[in-house]
Design a protein around this ligand. Sequence first.
Ligand SMILES: [Zn+2]
Length: 98
Amino acid sequence: MKRRHVPTRMCVGCQEMKPKREMLRVVRTPEGEVLLDPTGKKSGRGAYVCPHQDCLDRAVKTRRLEKALGRELSSEVLTLLRERVVARPAGAYPGPSS
Ligand SMILES: [Zn+2]
C-alpha cells in the first residue's frame, strides 16, 4: 500500500498543517523584498497562510507572519493578501470578468 505524500506547511495564522497547494505563500526574496508568491516557486524564505480572513488576521495580529519572514510586510503586500482571502461581495466593485 502506497500512500501519496502530500507536502504540508504550517499556517502562520491558525498554526495547523495544511496541504501547501491550498495555501497562500508569501516569500522574502534573497533581495529582501516581501512578495506574494502565487506559484509557490519563488526562491527565498517563505511563509504560508490559509486563504481565509481569520488566518490572515491572526498571522498579522500576532506578527507571526513577520517573524516567519524576518521582515515587516509592506501595506502593498498586505493589501494583495487581503484581496486574495476576502470573498468579494457581489457588486462591491467590478471585477475583470464583469
Ligand atoms: Zn490557517
